[in-house]
Design a binder for this molecule. Structure first.
Ligand SMILES: Cc1cc2nc3c(=O)[nH]c(=O)nc-3n(C[C@H](O)[C@H](O)[C@H](O)COP(=O)(O)O)c2cc1C
Length: 438
């Protein structure tokens, strides 16, 4: 049965900019100054809660891309995927200013251990009373491995085998302390009942863990799990672990194809076909369509090709400066992000996508499609895409911040609410209540 309302999440990055390269250089943007200001992030959180967003989603690349020109210099020169501040503390800061807004935070299974991951994420989930989710990524970036002193980066599919073991340990840790084991019995002087606690003793092909859970069970038992791998192996992993799947497709035909693929994969795995999937969208608003287009052009003109190639080369794991700008991307393979390569190289009409086309797609929005127009045009388009694709909703990518976030909340959300396709108030308190209502 088709859902009656869509879900909306807001993509943010704990960096100088948003997904829009050089956003920090725009006079409207306040995020660079906000990097040392709790109030900036707390205001953003309150704005999104006012707009009844399901959650903020913090994307994260923990290390600086150095694939383009075999150097981190272009990334650092333009602030492209650098600096890489930790999103975890922001979740605590933003949760403290809100009571309903959820948070999805990215943490790579390559840069930490399952024990430390569950400790950090569940602590936030506990503190926020069940408002935290985890976007599980496997670490496509060689820079992340080098930064953590890891000798080798596993090949693409093997990273998912590693992550399967990682998740198995996390599940055991989450399940090891049932709520009833916490007695907090002051009269008897007993905090917990060890008889109800199951210590974890796991020894796998890649990972080991011998421990009891380091944290008390959060209200929702375990955090909401998100995943965004869209290669064949990535989708398999997503279906096994994720409650909500993220995807990026640069056009509606690609979104429909992704929905068909993930439903077929779910069928094959003997799971229900109604997978909750959110696609990225980037609204660019104006009082008139012309004004919105001028704004998009203004943002794009500021972005040097070197900044785009620094980020895109990192994500595709290949120095794109060595390619002919008019070469078709379709022939490439990668050990980095296969899903994002396939999305970037796909066109609506079957025409070959060149590196030059891809650079344009990536400059403002990491290949997320733009909706450029008046609030009415954008709201109509969001509804149409939602209905046409059958997706669960959207991950909204800002351009400059906080103005584009505020404009979405104040100008587009009310129109979606009037159409009856987006909530006017939260029905529950936890992230799971918002995203997967029973
Ligand atoms: C919407 C979206 C957001 C993503 N965010 C991150 C991120 O924050 N950090 C990261 O390392 N990878 C991120 N990725 C990459 C994927 O999670 C995945 O690791 C990558 O696409 C490789 O998997 P695949 O080849 O199976 O697609 C994101 C992908 C998508 C579609």
């Amino acid at each position: 049965m088709a859902a009656t309302q869509m879900h909306l999440m807001q993509m943010l990055i704990h960096s100088a900019g948003t997904h829009t390269l050089m956003s920090w250089a725009d006079p409207a943007d306040l995020q660079l100054a906000g990097l040392r200001d709790f109030a900036y992030w707390q205001d953003l959180a309150r704005t999104l809660e006012r707009g009844c967003f399901d959650a903020v989603f913090f994307a994260d690349s923990p290390a600086t891309h150095g694939v383009y020109q075999d150097s981190v210099v272009p990334s650092m020169t333009y602030g492209a995927s650098w600096p890489n501040h930790d999103p975890m503390p922001l979740v605590a800061i933003m949760a403290a200013a809100t009571t309903k807004l959820g948070f999805g935070v990215t943490l790579s299974t390559s840069g930490t251990t399952p024990y430390l991951a569950t400790r950090r994420i569940t602590t936030l989930d506990y503190l926020s009373r069940g408002r935290v989710g985890w976007n599980i990524v496997t670490g496509f970036s060689a820079a992340e491995h080098r930064a953590n002193g890891l000798a080798t980066q596993l090949a693409h599919d093997e990273r998912y085998d590693w992550a399967d073991e990682f998740m198995e340990i996390c599940y055991r840790l989450w399940d090891s302390v049932p709520p009833a084991a916490i007695l907090a019995d002051a009269a008897a002087g007993r905090f917990a009942d060890p008889a109800q606690i199951t210590p974890v003793d796991y020894e796998g092909r890649y990972l080991r863990c011998k421990a009891v859970a380091p944290v008390l069970p959060a209200p929702s038992g375990r955090p909401v799990l998100f995943q965004a791998g869209s290669s064949g192996r990535g989708m398999q992993f997503a279906l096994k672990h994720a409650e909500v799947v993220f995807a990026i497709q640069p056009h509606v035909a690609g979104m429909k194809k992704t929905m068909a693929q993930i439903r077929a994969a779910a069928r094959e795995a003997g799971q229900p076909e109604d997978v909750r999937l959110l696609f990225g969208l980037q609204p660019i608003l104006g009082g008139t369509e012309e004004e919105a287009r001028r704004r998009a052009d203004e943002l794009l003109e500021r972005i040097p090709l070197d900044a785009i190639l620094a980020r895109l080369s990192g994500v595709l794991g290949t120095d794109l400066g060595r390619l002919d700008p008019d070469a078709a991307l379709g022939e490439m393979d990668t050990q980095a992000s296969r899903g994002l390569l396939a999305a970037t190289a796909s066109s609506e009409d079957g025409r070959a996508v060149t590196l030059r086309d891809a650079a344009r797609r990536w400059a403002l929005s990491v290949a997320i499609p733009q909706l450029i127009g008046t609030p009415e045009q954008v709201a109509n388009r969001i509804e149409a895409i939602w209905r046409e694709t059958g997706c669960a909703g959207f991950n909204i990518s800002p351009t400059t911040s906080p103005d584009s976030v505020r404009d979405m909340v104040d100008q587009v959300v009310p129109l979606l609410q009037r159409k009856g396709v987006f909530r006017r108030e939260y029905a529950g308190d936890t992230l799971r209540d918002h995203l997967t209502p029973r």
